[in-house]
Design a protein around this ligand. Structure first.
Ligand code: UGA
Length: 437
């Protein structure tokens, strides 16, 4: 099939490359010329395992192209909207400017019978409004909402082999042709019996935000238990293991630590709460405000631990921050707890030196005031404290004995509970996890 993907960020670029890999002919459109130039040359403009290979083979096959010229979507049967829906400045609601401008820009190039398929995470009610917009313009195109559940770091795998597909389709007789088009797009996944939920617009939009709200709640639940563990001497990691054995609870997403960040979970729960308020149902998801507060308190907890370790006198102390990305296998620093903690420590007067295998350049662009060092050994050299904030494999595998000679004070805060506390203590370190004795 001939497809177009509007918006080539973490979501769109991966979707475009994966669809080409599956045999479709795909054109990706973005307003950012630098990004388009990189993608068109078969290079990934951000770090995502497996993406460079897919881009290179897609571009070489001639099935994958990228441009800033919207008219290139002409002739495609399905047009995916994959632009960002960031948090509005100074508000909790989602900013839909990019979604609306993408739809406005594509309208002149649509043919009757085309399908516009929304992938961006949007407040419930958006799809119905956009469908009306397509109708008002007399485009003859249909609209579907087809949320995406990919995780950064596993984006290629999640797009090629999704754990489920959701189609939010228009009511009435338009359902059949829209569904047929999506079934052809996803023929590969459907042939492997991937679960498919065919539903209406509102349900499809809500599936996406409620999934992220549930995940955020699960993380904040275990972080709340960590807070209780901290005043009782209990160990939250053992608690998570023990409750996780209950299949109804499950161990995944029960890792207590510095909390969740990224371009999705934090802004999605805020946008959901804001939308529920607009709908007069604010109380139904009022708990999400608590989920957000618990999450942000964990960042402060890490800062407090470091400050307290110096008896409050943090000024001029050398603190090595290990991790800047919001999670490992990503260079994404959007709402990253790690970067937030690094910036706060620096603001308190610490001599912060930060390292990360992939995210230094992105972090430097936003926070040039921090000192960055790509070499781990150099970063920790002479440190009065080490703070691990992203659980990269490189950090989990550090040999605490070998590191001992490099630092000034053997003090480590494990903000992701990802180090072997017993081994670090045995090596002579003062080890402090989160929610652990
Ligand atoms: C999240 C969802 O997991 C995806 O399903 C969804 O498609 C995506 O948002 C999206 O809306 O596009 P992602 O932002 O890539 O994916 O990251 P997650 O793997 O969900 O991790 C989010 C944050 O939670 C990270 O900062 C991570 O470190 C933190 N986390 C995760 C914990 O603190 N504890 C855990 O146990 C798990």
């Amino acid at each position: 099939m001939k497809l177009s993907v509007i918006g080539c960020g973490y979501l769109g670029a991966v979707h475009a490359a994966a669809m080409a890999e599956l045999g479709h002919e795909v054109v990706g459109i973005d307003v950012d010329e630098n990004k388009v130039r990189a993608l068109a040359a078969g290079t990934a403009p951000f770090f995502e395992p497996g993406l460079p290979e897919l881009l290179a083979s897609g571009v070489a096959s001639g099935r994958l192209s990228f441009t800033t010229d919207m008219s290139a979507v002409k002739g495609a049967q399905v047009h995916f909207i994959a632009v960002g829906t960031p948090q509005k400045k100074g508000e909790n609601a989602a900013d839909l400017t990019y979604v609306d401008s993408a739809v406005d820009a594509i309208i002149p190039f649509l043919s009757p019978g085309d399908l516009v398929a929304g992938k961006s995470t949007v407040p419930v009610g958006t799809a119905a409004r956009l469908a009306q917009k397509l109708d008002d313009a007399g485009s003859g195109a249909m609209l579907a909402w087809n949320p995406e559940f990919l995780r950064e770091g596993f984006a290629v795998e999640d797009t090629i082999s999704p754990d489920r597909l959701v189609y939010g389709l228009p009511a009435g007789d338009q359902t059949a042709p829209a569904r047929e088009l999506l079934d052809t797009v996803y023929a590969n996944a459907l042939s492997r019996e991937t679960p498919l939920v065919v539903t209406d617009y509102a349900t499809a939009e809500l599936v996406k935000v409620s999934a992220n709200a549930f995940l955020a709640t699960k993380i904040s639940f275990i972080n709340a238990m960590a807070e209780i563990a901290e005043v009782t001497g209990a160990d939250v990691t053992q608690l998570a293991d023990a409750i996780g054995y209950d299949a109804r609870i499950g161990r995944r997403f029960l890792n207590a630590g510095v909390g969740f960040g990224g371009g999705c979970l934090p802004k999605d729960i805020r946008a959901f709460a804001a939308r529920a308020d607009e709908l007069g149902r604010g109380e139904s998801v009022a708990f999400l405000k608590e989920v957000d507060s618990i999450n942000l308190r964990r960042r402060q907890r890490v800062v407090d631990l470091v400050v307290d370790s110096f008896g409050g006198a943090i000024f001029g102390k050398r603190v090595a921050v290990l991790g800047l990305a919001f999670k490992p296998d990503s260079d994404d620093i959007r709402d990253s707890p790690a970067l937030d903690v690094a910036v706060t420590l620096k603001g308190l007067g610490a001599d912060v030196i930060a390292t990360d295998p992939e995210a230094i350049e992105n972090a430097r662009r936003v926070h040039p005031q921090l000192a960055y060092e790509s070499d781990l050994q150099t970063a920790v050299s002479g440190a009065d404290a080490i703070v691990v904030l992203t659980e990269w494999k490189q950090f989990r595998q550090i040999d605490p004995v070998a590191l001992l000679g490099t630092v000034t004070t053997p003090y480590v805060v494990d903000g992701r509970n990802c180090l072997d506390a017993v081994a670090w203590r045995a090596a002579g370190w003062t080890y402090q996890g989160l929610g652990r004795p």
